[in-house]
Every structure is written in C-alpha cells, then in structure tokens.
Design a protein around this ligand. Structure first.
Ligand SMILES: [Zn+2]
Length: 320
C-alpha cells in the first residue's frame, strides 16, 4: 500500500507520521516547537529519520506498506506559490529558512508544503464529519487562528497562495498588538497565544506555572469577588466577542454549507462553541443560516496529516 510521510507543524507542537492510502496514521512522532531555528530543525530531522528507519517491513492487515514516496507538511504561515518556504508564521522560527530544499536534500523525497488550516480542512473534507460538504469552511482557534476553505473539492489558495489569514484581519483599528506585529487584528484578541500572554501581563503568574485557556477559564469561574477572577472573565469575554464576530463575518462573506470549528482553545473552553452558534444564528440573514451546519472537528491532528498527504498528490486524487 502506498504511503506518504506527513507532518503537522504547529506553533506549540509538531507531529509527524506515515500516512497510508487507507487513511491509516502510523509511527507517530511528536516534537515540541521551540523558538530557536537550529534546535527546531534538528528536532524535525530526528523525527522524520525515526519514521523512515522504522517504516521498513511495516504491514497493515497483512498488507505491506511501501516506503513513503513523498513528504507533505501542513504548517502555520504562508507558503509562496513555488512551495519553497514558510513565511509570516510568527509562532514558528522558520522565516527565511529554505524548508523545501532542506527537506529534499536531507531525505531525497519530493516535498509539498501546505498551510495547516488548508491541510486540516482538506482532511476534514476527505474523511471527517463534514466529508463532502462543499463549500466547507474550517476555523481553528489554537495558538493562532487557522482557516481552511474547500471549494469544488479542493482548498482555496487565492491569487498568491495567501488567502485565509483571517486572524490577521482588523477587528479594532489601532487596538492591541498582534503576534504578527500589527495592531488590532482578531488574533490579538482571540488567538490562544494572545489570550495567555495577556493573562500573564494583567493577572500575573499562572496558578500552575503556565497559563492555558483551560486554567484561565477555571479561574474565571471561581466564586466571590477575587479581582484575578474578574480580570480572567474580562479577558475571556473580549476573546469570545471577537471570535463570535469573526465566525459570523465569515458566514456572511462565504455562505458555507458547513463549518467545522476546532482547535485547542475551543477544546479548553466549554460553552464557547454554543455561544458562537447562537451568535451566527442571531447576527446573519436567513439565506446564510438556513442550510448552514456546524460540524465538530475530528480533533487531534490526523486531519492535518491527511490534508498534507493529499496535497502531495501521491495517495489520492482531489476527487477521491
Ligand atoms: Zn496579526
């Protein structure tokens, strides 16, 4: 059975695996994302080597798996049309790094890089709860905000492969500074990194050493009038308002058939999904919401791995 070595390169962690043509995910390797480029690249190299070493003689249901014929990596940021590198990814140390050439030199396999939101949407479309829904909009609220739009069975890339960076559109002109450096972007209000950095600045050290959206939600629910809990509620309220506005705006602009909502922030924040659905219902016109379905994400990052594998063209054709 044919295989591709796929990667999910995220702002907090990376995951690499062998993806087989039956959508199996094998030999998973996990690497924490570090901010120093040399260390980051060495971790990636070690993970890919480990899979290539272990994949010989692997069988699934008695059928031997072939060695991978390509590398497909879903990554945050913008991939230029020549597919050479990863740009404008503030949470990754890859700016200016010749990613595709380095992978080709290192492992001798053809390389495809695809934006992770786009890869994830493709995976959800191929195999997830939203399989076959077209147009399909996927919004991922994690360290940053990722988006993927499937139109006619394929991810929409835009004129210069840069479409969909919705987290870096303007929410409040001149407002809070975004991790990308500009002011007032959505991601500065509802991206996971911005939320937790704001908690550290305005509340102080986290109860368990490191702020997460989950422990911020727990603090916000503490009874009484602790000012720390009040500040947590304010930060979360502002984030929820921003994300609700973002999703409703996307629905009006794109009129999707289905929306997949996913990402670590959403997973750690009970109640946010229902609030978003209610906001879209209240704030959009009937033709937009009449047939719109909200579909749960598959969770994990298998969808990104499938989408990254699909992008190589080595396993499935776009219509399969
Ligand atoms: Zn930004």
């Amino acid at each position: 059975m044919r295989t591709v070595l796929a990667g999910d390169i995220g702002g907090t962690k990376c995951r690499f695996a062998l993806v087989s043509a039956d959508f199996g995910v094998h030999l998973v390797q996990r690497v924490s994302t570090v901010r120093e480029q040399g260390q980051f690249v060495a971790g990636m190299q070690e993970a890919v080597r480990a899979i290539l070493t272990q994949c010989e003689h692997l069988e699934v249901g008695g059928e031997p798996l072939e060695a991978p014929s390509a590398l497909g990596f879903g990554t945050a940021g913008v991939i230029p049309t020549d597919g050479s590198s990863v740009n404008h990814a503030p949470n990754l140390p890859l700016e200016g790094f010749p990613m595709a050439q380095w992978l080709l030199d290192e492992f001798g396999l053809p390389v495809t890089l695809i934006n992770d939101g786009r890869a994830s949407a493709w995976g959800e479309y191929l195999r997830g709860h939203a399989a076959g829904q077209d147009p399909l909009l996927c919004l991922f609220l994690g360290t940053g905000i990722g988006i993927g739009l499937i139109v006619d069975g394929k991810p929409y890339g835009g004129g210069n492969n840069a479409a969909g960076e919705i987290g870096h559109t303007i929410y409040r002109p001149g407002g809070r500074r975004c991790p990308c450096g500009r002011l007032g972007h959505y991601e500065a209000y509802c991206g996971g990194r911005a939320i937790t950095e704001r908690a550290a600045e305005e509340i102080g050290p986290a109860p368990s050493g490191r702020w997460t959206v989950g422990n911020l939600v727990s603090l916000s629910q503490e009874p009484g009038d602790d000012p720390r809990a009040g500040k947590a509620r304010q930060i979360l309220e502002e984030a929820a308002e921003a994300f609700c506005a973002l999703v409703s705006n996307c629905c009006v602009l794109l009129n999707p058939s289905a929306i997949v909502l996913g990402g670590g922030v959403l997973a750690g924040w009970p109640g946010l999904r229902d609030r978003i659905v209610a906001h879209v219902h209240d704030m959009t016109n009937e033709p937009i919401r009449a047939k719109l379905q909200f579909v749960p994400s598959m969770g994990g990052s298998d969808a990104i791995l499938w989408g990254a594998a699909a992008a190589t063209g080595a396993l499935w054709t776009p219509s399969s």
